[in-house]
Design a protein around this ligand. Structure first.
Ligand code: SF4
Length: 334
């Protein structure tokens, strides 16, 4: 508030209006002097996101397509779990990483989101819940479109802001950030000394296959990625999660399960198996259920904790980037 020549406690009042009362206009901040409300309205954007579409699944998953002030669109998802409600936020418009199983990367990277645009996704999701129920967001996963570690500063600022006691006060242990393997920023993140969870999108147990599925593996090879993972484990004492999307016939065979088990057996980690969503633009088939369970059993035979991600939002555009891709198609036709 120093920039506006205001006392420090004004910042607390504004935080309260933004994060607790969640007003949509500076004019509604009734305990601020009129002059200050006008100054704030002239200097800041309070509503960086506008709802374009809301899709609701029978299982309670809700997917939002938000328009940004520059006409780009992003997705945010509310998911229901037995431990409460979580929100999956997006950190970039599009993505340049190029994972072959992902719809978000098809049009490349358009731009980074600001921390305010990432925070607004959580506020908007909570506002939606306020209007329809008395449910509270319990956890946030930074796993939507984009590579958070390629938008590192904004992502860290986002974490600070929603963790703030005067902000949404979501505990660090209820936050998880996911990276495709931007190795230098895994070291940086480990050195933040936070209790925020880290998930690594692994998706293959060896260099060759991983490079085929995820081009980033040519920039940061698997061996370097694993070294960074060990650093994180030693530095934080926390458990790591490895995301492994099962793609029929590509990375879901017994041989790959054994290879993965050997690779991770010494690590304090959890492998989350994700039956891959069908992406029309990519010619991938789903792994049969019996093979998913077999893959899990093989990993467990190496002592590797393994879960299978429950599918959510199967009846809506569940895969990350699908809703936005449809929206972009429509805009291009107009
Ligand atoms: S999976 Fe994540 S990192 Fe990979 S292309 Fe998609 S959005 Fe980018």
């Amino acid at each position: 508030m120093k920039d506006q020549n205001q006392p420090e406690w004004r910042a607390k009042q504004i935080m309260d209006w933004l994060y607790v009362k969640r007003v949509q206009s500076f004019e509604n901040m009734s305990n601020l002097p009129k002059k200050l409300r006008d100054q704030l309205a002239d200097s800041f954007e309070l509503n960086p996101l506008q709802v374009i579409t809301v899709q609701k699944s029978k299982d309670g998953t809700i997917k939002f397509l938000y328009g940004l002030t520059d006409r780009h669109a992003i997705e945010t998802v509310i998911m229901r779990h037995n431990y409460g409600i979580s929100v999956c936020v997006t950190t970039q418009v599009g993505c340049r990483i190029g994972c072959t199983f992902c719809a978000s990367t098809l049009g490349g990277l358009k731009r980074n989101l600001s921390s305010g645009e990432i925070v607004a996704q959580v506020i908007m999701a909570q506002k939606y819940l306020d209007e329809t129920s008395d449910e509270r967001i319990r956890s946030v996963v930074i796993m939507g479109s984009g590579e958070p570690f390629e938008n590192y500063e904004a992502t860290m600022d986002f974490i600070r802001r929603i963790n703030d006691k005067q902000g949404l006060n979501i505990g660090q242990r209820h936050l998880t950030v996911s990276t495709s393997g931007v190795v230098p920023n895994i070291y940086r993140f480990a050195d933040e000394n936070w209790q925020v969870g880290l998930a690594i999108s692994l998706h293959a147990p060896n260099q060759e296959l991983r490079s085929n599925l995820m081009p980033i593996n040519r920039r940061y090879p698997l061996s370097d990625l694993l070294k960074a993972c060990w650093y994180y484990l030693h530095k934080t004492g926390r458990r790591l999660t490895f995301e492994y999307a099962l793609i029929g016939g590509k990375n879901d065979q017994d041989e790959q399960a054994h290879e993965l088990g050997k690779l991770l057996k010494e690590m304090n980690c959890l492998v989350n198996l994700i039956p891959v969503n069908y992406v029309p633009e990519r010619d991938f088939v789903r792994t049969p259920k019996s093979q998913i369970f077999k893959f899990k059993r093989i990993l467990e035979s190496y002592g590797v904790n393994t879960t299978i991600r429950r599918e959510q939002g199967h009846d809506i555009d569940a895969a990350c980037g699908q809703l936005r891709a449809k929206h972009n198609e429509k805009i291009n036709q107009e």
